[in-house]
Design a protein around this ligand. Structure first.
Ligand code: ZN
Ligand code: ZN
Length: 596
């Protein structure tokens, strides 16, 4: 899933918010939860002032009219902001804060360190042209109904002012970019430019903004479209004899993993666990396939190689799939069934007041994932949740068939569990109910993806799909995708895994259709660490549930675990674990000690 829009972190004013006082060292007495909450608010206000695009993507719209030019001066200011906040945080004694604030503290610290590291070490603004795609925020401003249309249109208009300066600077910064990211940027820029060329114009007709003002707005939208297209053209013609490798390399990978995943384990440990998990799943799949063989193949001789055996059974089951035109409606029909099942089995409480809209994937998101969820931001709770479905229109028939076999009747149900109920959609509704904005905003991808993967297995374990071995076999195939995402990401970015070996892993050992495997290769060449989050989060949640079961003994209930786990918001599993496994506070005490 894609939760955050691509944004470029930029800065404006020098008005840093913080608690820095001259001559102070170390924690101060009296800096309690109340003081921390006050600090959090000023921290966020300062952060948004420097990052209008990020702010808009989480539903904070005070700075919608601003677009900052991504130059060195602005990056310096952002680094300074991060340093000041790290200093301010160091003045709190984390051990006296409540569990909820402890988690916030760690998230804020991690985020500030991540900003520093991204600008000073990763330096993706030099080699990732896809970072310079402004169209996402503009589309967001136009599509989300958080304010009257005319207001949003005027902010849109103001924000367009700096587009020419923005791309002039982008051309200065980009040097020897990664080829795959350059191609992605071209696709996304040209895919998103319609927001200036068409969407803005169409929306303008629905307002009563005076004609003279409309004329100015249209002229600027035209200039913006031309500028974006010119940058795409510039990228296309860029002389790039020594492009940077798309492989991140071990050192940067380990650091990025630390900031993005926030796991207690190292990437190497997670990779090793994934390799073990793959072996185990292959064993289970072979058992099921042997049992199913006579049902589908009668007396035909069984292949001796167990991967071949599994592949043949899966291939036969994959023929059960919807027609191309029915893909979106099949998803729409599945959702009420999932809701009914979750209620019948009492797995967790669902909020019926927030509708989920299934829609065709917007152009500005195209190119990375086939299906994804977009949920309302923490500041924007009345916004829509969208189930984005990639379009099959214009695909060659063979590619369509391959895609539909991949998302066959079984997998389509699992996809809906993962993306919607009780996966991402439900998790993010809980996250937005969590009292802390910090946790909703700095959502931890491993927790978010881990929950979605965990929820699939939980549904099956509770009888979803009628305990059919076919469903279980297909879930294992789907689950192998998470497991192999981790293996692939780590091996490609740190061990030089070749494209051939990668495709072999995905098609032969994870039983993916060619189109799916090709798409995954494309994704691993334009992202890093993100693919690692699914299995890492899943593994950490399963480990936590085991430990929690032990702690609760007779009092353990699955529903309690699920709801308690989700109640902390999208926090890293390691901190949720700390809180859930802590000894209960002594009655009358205001804070609990952080146990293991
Ligand atoms: Zn997901
Ligand atoms: Zn078919």
């Amino acid at each position: 899933m894609i939760k955050k829009l691509l944004y470029t972190a930029i800065v404006i004013t020098t008005a840093f918010i913080g608690c820095k006082k001259d001559g102070n060292t170390g924690p101060q007495l009296g800096k309690d939860d109340a003081a921390f909450t006050t600090y959090e608010n000023s921290f966020l206000e300062g952060l948004w002032k420097l990052n209008p695009d990020w702010a808009a993507s989480v539903g904070y719209h005070k700075y919608d009219s601003l677009l900052f030019v991504p130059d060195d001066k602005l990056r310096d200011k952002l680094v300074t902001f991060a340093k000041v906040q790290i200093d301010s945080l160091s003045r709190f004694d984390v051990t006296i804060l409540s569990d909820a604030n402890k988690i916030d503290y760690h998230l804020m610290q991690n985020q500030m360190e991540s900003i520093e590291w991204t600008i000073q070490q990763l330096k993706s603004y030099q080699w990732d042209p896809a970072a310079y795609n402004v169209t996402g925020t503009f589309a967001y401003i136009l599509n989300e109904h958080y304010a009257p249309l005319a207001n949003r249109m005027r902010n849109f208009y103001q924000k367009m002012l700096n587009i020419p300066a923005y791309y002039k600077e982008a051309e200065k910064q980009v040097k020897n970019p990664v080829t795959d990211l350059t191609n992605l940027a071209e696709d996304q820029l040209l895919g998103g430019v319609g927001v200036f060329e068409k969407d803005f114009t169409d929306s303008l007709k629905k307002t009563n903004i005076p004609q003279a003002e409309q004329k100015l707005m249209l002229d600027r939208a035209h200039l913006s479209a031309e500028t974006v297209k010119a940058f795409a053209e510039w990228l296309k013609n860029l002389k790039n004899d020594k492009p940077r490798s798309f492989r991140l390399g071990r050192e940067l990978y380990d650091e990025k993993f630390k900031y993005d995943i926030q796991s207690e384990s190292t990437p190497q440990q997670i990779y090793n666990a994934a390799v073990e998990r793959k072996k185990h799943i292959h064993h289970e799949m072979a058992q099921i396939s042997k049992k199913l063989w006579p049902k589908y193949f009668g007396t035909k001789a069984m292949p001796t190689d167990s991967l071949d055996l599994i592949a043949q059974v899966i291939d036969t089951l994959s023929a059960k799939h919807v027609q191309p035109g029915e893909f979106q409606s099949a998803i729409e029909n599945e959702l009420p069934k999932l809701t009914a099942f979750v209620k019948a089995k009492d797995l967790l409480t669902l909020d019926p007041s927030k509708p989920l809209v299934v829609r065709k994937e917007p152009g500005y998101m195209a190119g990375v994932a086939g299906a994804s969820m977009s949920s309302p931001g923490p500041y924007d709770k009345s916004g829509n949740s969208y189930f984005n479905v990639g379009s099959l229109a214009g695909w060659p028939p063979a590619k369509v068939e391959s895609y539909l076999r991949e998302y066959n009747q079984y997998i389509l149900q699992i996809l809906c569990i993962h993306e919607a109920i009780p996966g991402h959609y439900v998790q993010l509704l809980y996250a937005n109910k969590a009292p802390s904005l910090i946790k909703s905003i700095f959502g931890n991808t491993a927790m978010v993806e881990g929950w979605a993967v965990y929820s699939e297995e939980m549904m099956l374990d509770n009888g979803f799909g009628g305990d059919a071995p076919e469903m279980r076999l297909m879930w294992y195939k789907w689950h192998l995708r998470s497991v192999c995402n981790t293996i692939l990401d780590y091996a490609v970015h740190t061990q030089n895994m070749s494209k051939q070996d990668a495709l072999n892993l995905l098609t032969h050992e994870a039983f993916q259709q060619q189109a799916e495997a090709d798409g995954k290769w494309k994704r691993v060449s334009v992202t890093s660490v993100q693919l690692d989050s699914y299995f890492t989060g899943y593994k950490e949640i399963m480990d936590l549930r085991e430990a929690y079961k032990k702690k609760m003994g007779d009092k353990y209930k699955l529903k309690d675990f699920n709801e308690k786990f989700l109640s902390y918001g999208s926090a890293p599993v390691r901190y949720i674990r700390e809180a859930m496994l802590a000894k209960e506070p002594v009655s009358g005490s205001s804070s609990s000690s952080g146990g293991q």
